[in-house]
Design a protein around this ligand. Structure first.
Ligand SMILES: [Zn+2]
Length: 234
């Protein structure tokens, strides 16, 4: 094999690795975002259940105050009732007290119902808390792994780029530029001829091209795609 071809193949292998690493690095923010979205969803679920529970508590407290105020009203009626000497006023207070007691009983029933409904929410609340905790743990673990992967990939990329610098040093400038243009536009720059076909563009090459490649005397480009050709076939 011609020395420049050998050198370019090693360079190409390095460049392909750099490409793969760059792609993997590009995918990391997406993975991170997906993780954080899952966590956010669990947190929102928990917040929603908590908000509903708070609504119940607020409503129960409100009823509590209403009941208290009714009870105070009854106490006032009783005082006034004791003070009055008129029979019809006495009866009217009795009626007012009975009405207020009826209201209290209705309020207490509502309060009890709300308490029951609030309690029924408890398992859902616990479940949401559980899910949230699990998600938090899971996401933190993944985020840690992703960060570790990022650091490793960055380090490996730097290593490869350093290697690349020394690998490209002995290659003639014009050839290197030609290679870089091909690699950038086509993904591969140096490809073998296999079974009479350029493995870059999969077009048949002429018998003359194969012979030239086999002779290993000059650099050769695929007439169709321009890639640098070589052959290892006999
Ligand atoms: Zn080709």
């Amino acid at each position: 094999m011609l020395l420049p071809i050998e050198q370019l193949l090693i360079l190409q292998h390095t460049d392909q690795q750099v490409c793969e690493i760059t792609q993997a690095l590009c995918g990391l923010p997406e993975e991170k975002k997906a993780c954080e979205a899952a966590l956010e969803k669990a947190a929102k679920l928990l917040l929603a259940v908590q908000a509903r529970a708070q609504e119940f508590e607020k409503e129960i407290k409100k009823l509590e105050l209403e009941i208290l105020s009714k009870k105070e009203q009854i106490a006032r009626y009783r005082t006034q009732q004791l003070a009055t000497r008129k029979n019809e006023e006495y009866t009217a207070f009795l009626h007012e007290i009975a009405t207020a007691e009826q209201v209290i009983s209705t309020l207490e029933e509502r309060q009890l119902k709300l308490m029951e409904e609030g309690e029924a929410l408890l398992p859902e609340r616990e479940r949401a808390q559980e899910i949230n905790a699990i998600e938090q743990k899971r996401v933190n673990a993944i985020l840690g792994t992703l960060e570790g992967r990022r650091i490793n990939l960055e380090a490996r990329k730097k290593e490869l780029l350093d290697q690349r610098t020394s690998l490209s040093m002995p290659i003639e400038e014009e050839l290197l530029e030609h290679y870089e243009r091909l690699f950038k536009s086509r993904g591969t720059a140096v490809v073998p001829i296999e079974h009479g076909v350029c493995t870059g563009c999969h077009m048949k090459v002429t018998a003359q091209t194969i012979l030239t490649a086999k002779a290993e005397k000059e650099m050769l480009n695929c007439p169709q795609c321009g890639r640098i050709l070589f052959t290892e076939e006999d």
